[in-house]
Design a protein around this ligand. Structure first.
Ligand code: ZN
Length: 256
């Protein structure tokens, strides 16, 4: 199992897709949009300073590409709250993850370095998305999302399929002791934190993978889309690389 870049439609919109998730989904790249400058081209960040008309056109292109409407679901706070979305939303819910089993609800969330995690429970026709920055990773948003699916949809961890999408990689996520310390304490004995001179580098993909596997998700049901958002300037926006002045990607999924 692996991931693929899928280009489709007249504008060259390209998403990262995970074929083991058997429902409509995608993680956007910056390709195929109309935004200019730092936001070039497929900026899906409604809360950035980009022109609204451009983001609106980008959103329409992305929705057409994935095959469903994926308006922003969440107002994110780098925590572990999971929004249970029972019907199409009129405004964003607060949380860093969301879940639904309503086939009329397309979930989506934005990132620009944080780790997007997509979940599909084929037995109960439920899906979820989580957004794990370093704080959310340490706090375990990958787990609270799975637990919420268990509670609301009877999801069994050994049956759920998970995709860990492109994010800032261990090549580029360099931190100080205030961030390295919590990871060392949360994941003792794992080589997630590597010393780099006076700093440390952290593997957020591996941290979230470990949290999921320790909770009963089968390793062969997890695919890591290990493209680094900071290295791959050709494909992705990166908050860190671009010093905050950048666009946003979207992870989106629809129950089957
Ligand atoms: Zn990198």
């Amino acid at each position: 199992m692996s991931y693929q870049l899928r280009q489709h439609g007249p504008h060259g919109v390209t998403t990262v897709v995970f074929p083991h998730l058997q429902v409509p989904h995608g993680f956007s790249t910056r390709l195929g949009g109309v935004s200019q400058g730092s936001f070039s081209a497929l900026n899906l960040g409604w809360l950035t300073t980009d022109e609204r008309e451009a983001v609106s056109e980008n959103q329409a292109r992305f929705d057409e590409h994935v095959g469903f409407a994926a308006p922003p679901t969440l107002r994110m706070e780098h925590g572990v709250e999971v929004a249970v979305v029972e019907r199409p939303l009129e405004e964003r819910m607060v949380g860093d993850a969301c879940t639904t089993d309503n086939p009329a609800v397309g979930l989506s969330l934005t990132t620009a370095d944080c780790v997007p995690i997509l979940y599909h429970d084929p037995a109960n026709r439920a899906v979820a998305l989580a957004h794990a920055g370093w704080r959310g990773t340490v706090a375990g948003v990958a787990l609270t999302t799975l637990q919420t699916m268990q509670k609301h949809y009877r999801t069994r961890p050994e049956e759920v399929k998970v995709a860990i999408a492109p994010a800032i990689g261990p090549c580029c996520f360099e931190v100080d002791a205030d961030v390295a310390g919590p990871f060392e304490r949360r994941f003792p004995g794992e080589d997630l934190v590597v010393s780099a001179g006076t700093k440390w580098r952290i593997n957020l993909w591996r941290a979230n993978w470990l949290l999921l596997v320790r909770s009963g998700v089968r390793p062969d049901n997890i695919v890591v889309g290990d493209l680094c958002t900071a290295c791959r300037q050709d494909l992705f926006f990166s908050y860190r690389r671009d010093r905050g002045h950048t666009g946003r990607m979207v992870a989106a999924i629809l129950p089957g």
